[in-house]
Write a protein that binds this ligand. Sequence first.
Ligand SMILES: O=C(O)CCC(=O)C(=O)O
Length: 245
Amino acid sequence: MTSDHSPIVEAYKRDGVVQILQFFSDETVAEIRAELERYLRDDLSTKPVDARTLEADGKTIRNLWRLEQHNAFFNELARRSEMIELIEPLVNGDVVLAGVETFHKPARIGSAVPLHQDNSYFCRTPPDMLTVWVAIDPVTEANGPVTYYRGSHKLGMLPTRPSGVRGNSIGLADASSVETLEKFVATLSPGDATIHHCQTVHESASNKTDRSRLGLLFVYRGAHTKTDSQMKSAYTKAVTATPPA
Ligand SMILES: O=C(O)CCC(=O)C(=O)O
């Protein structure tokens, strides 16, 4: 990745989502994969139950949560200066790491993610918060790529409703506000990334293929953002029905 971030900043501010090819090297992707495998094998069983969400089979990992708290490798990776320098202009100020998590979308049983804006989970104002989504597996049209609605970050916060989906407990009440917007289907090679604004509407389909679609996510906010109590109470209601996220 180059050190001139201005094309990234411009596309992010215009579209609410930007793609970055080869965000991580093959070597870093291999390290991430190895550490995730080790964490799942050796550590996860010692962590609180809200450190993960399972798929409907009750045994396959759908998400890992709070890796920045549970794992030193992912905490360090998220705090690297190259990351922070890239994020600063996008969150309009000093950067606070808010989370490191995974969306595994395992082969054949990986479940869908309903249409949503991340800020209905984060509940921050002003909405200077974002997610860096890094492909660890190849992401294809078929295995449940994240689909973003370009420009939807400019719509403000849209009405929500509890989704009943474990791991994605709150979604948009309806799709009408984004139906006319251009879709961006993020097919990615391992190491490629997207960065999306916390108001950018997005979703992903289930994975019916024989290949898993693992993504590693880094969530950051501006230090100046505050919790919005109205958004928080809507989220609390939804997440209480289907914990932990
Ligand atoms: O990885 C996915 O399928 C969904 C990711 C997502 O909802 C997010 O990045 O906020």
